[in-house]
Write a protein that binds this ligand. Structure first.
Ligand code: DOR
Ligand code: ZN
Ligand code: ZN
Length: 359
């Protein structure tokens, strides 16, 4: 059996749901899922309850992570509209600003009356402005990043043609990076018949020919990020019960690496490129320092099909049911300490650290 060691992987887009959504995921279950998936650092999104839009809310979230996280973590500042002072106060303690420019889970979409220009002008960094948006919105915002000389990060690229627009913006001198999710690479609208509400997320799954184009344009992608967005099975099945629309979002912390290792095995990308997409570039985008004593040992074995259940995430399911995967995370070392071995967490709750920006 082939065994090899990778640097600790980095998931720059996760929703760990605390405070306010601990029944879907909490800091301990979410960071445990991260270790199980070979992720040693996660960046947590601000659409919690309350949302991370004030220094107080950030501090409250930080205390939850300090008590429970078992991998490293960083926080995004959120902004929905109104006074800019709370945002400016949070900026230095965050990895970046997250803006929801189109519909999302919850009510964090930026106030339509708010001038995006003013936000782009005011954000002091040092992290980038990360945006959630559908294709037309993202294409509009690319120009803003350049006008205000802000580093812009496009979350979960919603369409492969957006990669071409990002490429053009870069050629014109814009500082723009982007991430693509595994669900946009390994699932398509063809899977919706079997997945039903478990295949609903924003941005939505695309037709198989568009998925193919993502793969053809993978050279234009900086990072793979899961957009781990757990909702319970009962919540997802609301629609079946005729009550409401299912909440959008799918978990992904534990499936990114095995799906991508299978893609490497199939020759769709090299292992060096995989490490760029899941380690080097994620750290570079958010200005974070690598740690050579943080490592993930993987055993390859035979390819297998992913199950629907049996994960560490509290929501307990995966949309990648029956998709081919390869490899098992057998050991994770975080800052020189073995924190995960053969399916068991060895790290104590609260042993994860908040990230530091690179010097
Ligand atoms: O599908 C999604 N789920 N898209 C988002 O933007 C938010 C996320 C969530 O928080 O559930
Ligand atoms: Zn989003
Ligand atoms: Zn998200």
């Amino acid at each position: 059996m082939t065994r090899f060691v990778l640097p600790g992987l980095v998931d720059i887009h996760v929703h760990l749901r605390q405070p306010g959504g601990g029944h879907k995921e909490d800091v301990l279950s979410g960071t445990t899922a991260a270790l199980a998936g070979g992720m040693t650092l996660v960046l947590d999104m601000p659409n919690t309850q309350p949302p991370t839009i004030t220094p107080d809310a950030l501090e409250r979230k930080r205390r939850l992570f300090e008590a429970s996280a078992v991998c490293d973590y960083g926080f995004f500042a959120g902004y929905m509209g109104g006074a800019l002072e709370p945002l400016l106060a949070m900026a230095p303690q965050t990895v970046g600003l997250k803006l929801y420019l189109d519909e999302t889970f919850g009510d964090m979409t930026l106030d339509r009356g708010r001038s995006l220009e003013q936000v782009f002008e005011a954000w002091p960094g040092p992290g980038p402005i990360a945006v959630h948006g559908e294709a037309p919105t993202v294409e509009r915002v690319l120009a803003l990043g350049q006008r205000y000389e802000q580093a812009l990060h496009v979350c979960h690229v919603p369409h492969p043609d957006v990669l071409l627009a990002i490429d053009r913006a870069r050629q014109a001198g814009a500082l723009v990076t982007c991430e693509v999710t595994p669900h946009h690479l390994f699932l398509s609208t063809d899977d919706l018949a079997t997945l039903g509400p478990f295949g609903i997320m924003k941005p939505a799954l695309l037709a198989p020919d568009l998925v193919q184009r993502f793969w053809e344009r993978l050279d234009l992608v900086d990072a793979i990020a899961s957009d781990h967005a757990p909702h319970t099975v009962a919540e997802k099945e609301w629609q079946r019960n005729g009550i409401a629309q299912p909440p959008p979002g799918v978990p992904g912390l534990e499936t990114t690496l095995p799906l991508m290792l299978r893609a490497v095995d199939e020759g769709r990308l090299t292992q060096e490129r995989l490490v760029k997409l899941l380690h080097d570039n994620p750290l570079r985008i958010y200005g974070l320092a690598p740690d050579p004593s943080t490592l993930v040992a993987v055993e390859l074995g035979e390819a297998y099909r992913l199950p629907f259940g049996g994960y560490h995430t509290r929501c307990g399911w995966s949309p990648f049911v029956d998709k081919w995967a390869l490899g098992q995370v057998v050991e994770v070392t975080l800052h020189g300490q073995v924190v995960w071995r053969e399916g068991r967490r060895l790290a104590a709750a609260g042993s994860g650290r908040e990230v530091q920006r690179a010097a």
